[in-house]
Design a protein around this ligand. Sequence first.
Ligand SMILES: [Zn+2]
Length: 318
Amino acid sequence: MKKYSVGIDLGGTKILIALVNRETGEVAASVKKKTKKDKGPKNIIKKMLEGIEELLAESGVTTEEINSIGVGAAGQVDRENGILIGAPNLDCYDLNIKQNLEEHFNLPVYLGNDVEIAAIGEMKFGAAKGYDDFVCVFVGTGVGSSIVKNGKIIYGATGTAGEIGHVIVDLNGRPCGCGAHGCLEAYASRSAIERRIEGALRKGRKSCILDYLEGGKSITSGMIRKAIEREDELVIQCVTEASEYLSGGLASIINFINPKLIVLGGGLIEAVDFFYQKTIKKARAKSLPVPAEKIEFKKASLGDFSGVIGAAFLDERK
Ligand SMILES: [Zn+2]
């Protein structure tokens, strides 16, 4: 077995590329590329190729020491053929990532989605180490999840299992990016909380979060944490509302799948402990009594690296 694999987390705003030690899960070197302006298939491939070359040059590791390249993308993927079917945030459709990278490096390339790789990372070296029956839920721009049963990710008939963000929590509710109404992520994502706060500010509500928004900055998880520490009424109200919905989503997972553990991750969970604590307490209260008593909750523990570490092990999928 070769010592390293390259793991790539292809997100909506950045590409994180890492050289991962396959034995220890340690990130030996990493490179970050922004994808803010130059998106589209050509730019994305170019940035990935450049990033991997930089990583190899910096670390002095050659392709002979690398087992494989694994890529997890924020979008819909065709795992078998290594094609990114659709990633609106990256302006990429039908992009053959496997072929492009394999031709360049002559190494096997595997493709998965962003939540799947984070779940693999947490299972191998993070919060879910030692568990083979759990669900990972990540709260960010959307709400995504990955289901692990007997140590394997459950993909479903069309590879889309785990789309907890599009479970409908209000039949006549807010519109969602997917085209439906009342999806969980329209209520419980970081973006949903931001929209609620911004809407209230426009209506003239007062909030100390305004202190951090000078110069047209947009709301971050860190700002939400600071506003809660300052006991800001509006921010506490919006975060509490989101946790009410998220806990309902978690209770549905607990009742429906009955996992041993739920791992919660993403910037908002990491930054705002108030949100995490409130959510897990309510999720337990809303679940059926028997699973509620046994369910364990943990925060994801690998931070930004959970995705790249997991991606480095996508070759073990079959
Ligand atoms: Zn939806």
